[in-house]
Write a protein that binds this ligand. Structure first.
Ligand SMILES: *Cc1c(COP(=O)(O)O)cnc(C)c1O
Length: 421
């Protein structure tokens, strides 16, 4: 994410020292790089262009990965569309200046209110996941005297070989229409008067590092598209979802965007449908870090603990998925202490509240640490558990730092509550 080490100023994002951000905005604090966000998006556009698909492909950023308005606005300015999963995300995208006609609406349980709001906004397409949803959407569209554009999310039953919580394309997943029922479900959709069948959609999982499962899913989807066309159901677009993985550990590099996408994109050169991708993590993950300060060092009988001021409520991924994030010191090394293995933990009252196990670091109380690759599913999953105000968020742009979400204060945490009369 354009991280550099400057001898005197320590770790920098673009041209801004993390020390300066901590001093000005406090910790814990999420820090994003405009340059890195832009580069990630441009990586998709360039790959599409290189395969001659620039004019008929839409990159719909999956809002759930990080829904800060400034990030949505940045992608909107770059020309991105958006993949949303709730009415709340719809409102965010519109507030951030995203255009409704580039929004696709995913999710296994849309409410009628959400369907109505999205129809009134005029979104590009609903990614529908069941026959029941088709029928409900048909009713809602009818009540508004409209036709809802739909694609079916099919479940291609390929093994994405990722963490079970983020694998979505197996038969056993709650997501999508089973592949062998998809044909009949399309016929049902085509028979409903207030639906317009537009496309097909699949999303097999997240943090995928091997392009083969996604390419296999694309083959299955294309086979179904051709069978449907033979019966007169001609689709305009094919949405291959998101899921491309990013680098979390120094030793485990992720594929370049162009290399990951190529096995899918080559299949589209000779086709006429337009293409949609729904990347979340790969657009924001490596463009953000979580800045935190060591509160206290606590030597234990078997393990040494470094208690930092960020916790599982700020960053859930380690506790939830046992996820690894590289953790690096902000100051230039060697402030006196010797490196030793630390458990990097937060102040929350849960043994699962850790950010990293067994990290070899030279630490002193008061040191700043950067938890890397925290731009995706970091702040988006943050909570107020233990009545902890959520962290501030800052966007670096060259030598400027912009506060894009101020730190919550404690009074705000119970402002919506009331005691009994
Ligand atoms: C979460 C999700 C995405 C984004 O996944 P990433 O792994 O972050 O790229 C895309 N599409 C759907 C339907 C999703 O649920």
């Amino acid at each position: 994410m354009g991280l550099t080490h400057d001898g005197a100023r320590g770790l920098q994002v673009e041209s801004v020292a993390l020390e300066d951000i901590a001093e000005r905005f406090g910790t814990p604090c999420y820090v994003y790089s405009r340059l890195a966000l832009t580069a990630a998006y441009v990586g998709y556009r360039n790959a599409l262009q290189a395969h001659g698909l620039g004019d008929r492909a839409l990159v719909c950023y999956a809002v759930k990965a990080n829904s800060n308005l400034a990030i949505l606005n940045l992608f909107a300015r770059l020309g991105a569309g958006f993949d949303i999963v709730s009415g709340g995300e719809l409102a965010r995208v519109l507030a951030a200046g995203g255009s409704a006609d580039k929004i696709v609406f995913s999710g296994v349980g849309k409410s009628r209110e959400e369907m109505r709001a999205a129809l009134e906004a005029g979104i590009h397409c609903f990614n529908v996941e069941s026959t029941g949803e088709l029928e409900q959407l048909n009713e809602v569209a009818g009540s508004l005297d409209r036709r809802a554009p739909v694609s079916l999310r099919v479940n291609p039953d390929v093994d994405a070989k990722t963490h079970p919580y983020i694998s979505t394309g197996l038969k056993t997943a709650k997501f999508g229409v089973a592949f062998d029922q998809a044909f009949d479900t399309y016929r049902r959709a085509a028979s409903l008067p207030h639906l317009a069948v537009k496309g097909i959609d699949c999303h097999i999982g997240s943090q995928l590092l091997d392009p083969a499962p996604a390419a296999e899913a694309a083959d299955k989807v294309l086979g179904l598209v051709d069978r449907l066309a033979a019966t007169g159901i001609v689709l305009e677009h094919i949405d291959l979802g998101g899921g491309m993985g990013i680098q979390y550990r120094r030793e485990e590099p992720a594929p370049a965007t162009a290399d990951y996408l190529a096995p899918m994109l080559v299949k589209f050169a000779s086709r006429r449908e337009s293409l949609i991708f729904e990347p979340g993590r790969s657009l924001v993950g490596n463009a953000g870090l979580l800045l935190t300060r060591v509160q206290v060092l606590k030597p234990g009988a078997e393990k040494h603990f470094a208690v930092v001021d960020a916790a599982m409520n700020d960053m859930m991924r380690p506790a939830l998925y046992d996820a690894w994030h590289d953790i690096v010191p902000v100051a230039t090394v060697g402030a006196g202490a010797a490196a030793m293995p630390y458990e990097i933990v937060g102040p929350v009252c849960e043994s699962g509240d850790f950010l990293g196990h067994d990290r070899s670091l030279a630490l002193q109380e008061g040191d700043l640490l950067a938890i890397l690759s925290a731009g995706a599913y970091g702040m988006a999953m943050a909570s107020n558990y233990n009545s902890r105000p959520r962290a501030a968020e800052v966007m670096v742009d060259g030598d400027a730092m912009h506060l894009i979400r101020r730190r919550e204060n404690v009074a705000e945490l119970f402002a919506l509550e009331s005691v009994l009369p």
